[in-house]
Design a protein around this ligand. Structure first.
Ligand SMILES: NC(=O)c1ccc[n+]([C@@H]2O[C@H](COP(=O)([O-])OP(=O)(O)OC[C@H]3O[C@@H](n4cnc5c(N)ncnc54)[C@H](OP(=O)(O)O)[C@@H]3O)[C@@H](O)[C@H]2O)c1
Length: 353
């Protein structure tokens, strides 16, 4: 059986993900990479040409096929056909839940389906390094790769509060300071900081709620609360955090734990643009794949048990790593083999920035 990865959507997440799958196809044990593009646009022609040149095969809806062909693209499959023949489908659209109901649930060919951060309820929420062991072969056909800030929050908690197989967290509070839009997007920019509503009475915003659901897969019921504010920048998300532990800890120990986790990058840089710029110079498509970038001079411990600090969120890099990890697991659900198939990506898991 051919191992085929099919990516739906070519936006901020879909485009670099297709890059990773096409560039490292052989080393990941993938035979073919296909992708779906919804809208035929002359302004997207260069992007599509590049993806196709690298070996990804284009699938489109039948009613727009001729428009794609008029733009000069070779169309290899009709959308449904591409879904049917895929081993794993990676939905990178803001319509994963809708697509699940309309198409995915009725398909028997693919071994599994992934959707991204906005698609709460799509399937088991997953963040690499946090709850890998909860994925059940044959049972978890639908997996939701949680959002970039959820990756960051869950990684901070596991790194700082998890010890001797137990979580020592009394309460976690987070302020997610989000960039207004991505550099690949030209709409939704904002003129000034824009504070978010606390529309979840228990968790504040969806960031803490989503993190809670990730830990729930580990049978934990953590007390988490988040607030969000959008900043008028296109650089990285930043997070202020406070973790109250049920045991004593020192700032030195917190830093030691952050340094010891291969999924965490540490930095002395206090400006988001400098981290972003490091990604541009040393990342894959400008992305670093670490779950979080912890700012070491901001780490503080008050009254022996209250940990404070700031970190930056490698906004789509961490979701990309989890997407590849979950896709490889769905193809062959053996974590040892996934670890070796992920090797080509490890060079972008920075320990220090
Ligand atoms: N941006 C980030 O930093 C980031 C980070 C982590 C997670 N995520 C998550 O990733 C997902 C996608 O976000 P994004 O930022 O990559 O979005 P995006 O840049 O706006 O791209 C969306 C893509 O989805 C396609 N699309 C939209 N609706 C579709 C539908 N109904 N059927 C088929 N294709 C459809 C669009 O196709 P056309 O342009 O051809 O119409 C476009 O290629 C969201 O769940 C988001 O929460 C994003």
């Amino acid at each position: 059986m051919k191992k085929i990865v099919h990516v739906v959507g070519t936006g901020t997440i879909g485009e670099p993900l297709l890059g990773l799958f096409t560039d490292f196809r052989d080393r990941m044990g993938i035979d073919e990479v296909t992708f779906h593009k919804r809208t035929p646009l002359a302004s997207d022609r260069a992007k599509l040409n590049h993806l196709i040149q690298r070996g990804a095969k284009l699938a489109v809806d039948e009613d727009v096929r001729s428009e794609f062909e008029k733009l000069g693209h070779e169309v290899s499959f009709e959308s449904r056909e591409a879904l049917e023949r895929a081993t794993v489908v990676v939905d990178c659209t803001p319509a994963g839940n809708e697509n699940k109901e309309k198409y995915y649930e009725n398909l028997s060919g693919p071994k599994g389906f992934l959707a991204q951060g906005s698609e709460f309820g799509f399937g088991k929420p997953y963040a690499r390094g946090i709850n890998d062991e909860t994925l059940v072969p044959g049972e978890d056909r639908f997996v939701q790769i949680v959002s970039c800030n959820t990756h960051n929050i869950t990684t901070l908690i596991k790194t700082i509060a998890h010890d001797d197989g137990k979580y020592h967290l009394r309460k976690g509070t987070f302020v997610c300071m989000r960039r207004a839009n991505d550099i690949s997007q030209s709409d939704s920019y904002i003129p000034a900081p824009n504070v978010g509503k606390h529309d979840d009475p228990e968790f504040g915003t969806h960031h803490a709620r989503d993190a809670h659901h990730v830990f729930e897969t580990l049978n934990l019921d953590l007390d988490l609360f988040s607030s969000a504010v959008k900043l008028n920048t296109q650089y990285m998300h930043s997070i202020w955090f406070n973790l109250e532990l049920d045991r004593d800890i020192t700032a030195e120990e917190v830093k030691k734990r952050l340094r010891a986790n291969p999924l965490v990058a540490v930095t002395d840089k206090r400006y988001a643009n400098l981290i972003f710029s490091f990604g541009r110079d040393h990342g894959y498509y400008g992305r670093i794949l670490s779950q979080t970038v912890a700012v070491m001079p901001t780490v503080a411990v008050r009254r022996k048990r209250e940990v404070y600090g700031f970190c930056f969120t490698p906004q789509d890099g961490n979701s990309l790593l989890s997407s590849v990890s979950a896709a490889l697991w769905l193809i062959e659900p053996d974590w040892k083999s996934v670890e070796s198939r992920l090797n080509p990506l490890r060079r972008w898991l920075y320990r220090e920035i």
